[in-house]
Design a protein around this ligand. Sequence first.
Ligand SMILES: C[S@@+](CC[C@H](N)C(=O)[O-])C[C@H]1O[C@@H](n2cnc3c(N)ncnc32)[C@H](O)[C@@H]1O
Length: 216
Amino acid sequence: MTAGQADALQRLWPKWGLDIDGRRAIELTELFGNANPVVLEIGFGMGEATAQMAAADPGTNILAVDVHTPGQGNLLSLADHHGLSNIRVGNGDAIILLREMLAPDSLDGLRVYFPDPWPKKRHHKRRLIQPEFLSLAASRLKPGATVHCATDWEPYAEQMLEVLTAHPDFVNTQRDGGFAPRPGFRPLTRFEGQGLDKGHVVNDLLFRRVSDEGPQ
Ligand SMILES: C[S@@+](CC[C@H](N)C(=O)[O-])C[C@H]1O[C@@H](n2cnc3c(N)ncnc32)[C@H](O)[C@@H]1O
């Protein structure tokens, strides 16, 4: 961790940090100090893309979660430097956050950009985007909320497309049922840049949470 990241953590964690301890429910309007829509980003890494998206859309709150401490310091420092008051940084496991701390129908969106690909077959069960995870996420998303995933690992992209398409709580925003063109609002992420350097192909997926009455 750099001195700047450590300093940001020390100064800003009390103001913008969230300990994911699974012991209490979070009131999102209290956490952000307003009732703006809230998007959960899981695995922000060093947070550069998160900060850019927060700056481009100040009317949307971003709850950014990761377990990586230097990245948390980096994102807090970026938020401070650019005067971004619409970011809160969570430390811990996003599954615990979703399951124990967030209320049903509380999120307006979910972003999962370049989750760990776990390329080895025996590690596939560690991948985040699985049916049980999607059921948990769906329960915390409002009807109509968007799920946006991106990956540079093509077999994982195929798995994402398969499990999202099969899940009854989500519908593909793409008429052809395939991957989405990269949306202009998603900045290049650090991990994505590394994948592109290796010649990887990047796929975006944009699905919507259906209402309890069925697809909209
Ligand atoms: C491959 S990195 C991608 C980071 C960033 N999105 C990017 O594109 O540069 C995946 C990140 O997800 C985080 N992560 C993995 N599982 C997580 C979980 N259950 N909860 C929160 N963060 C998680 C890791 O710590 C890591 O920083």
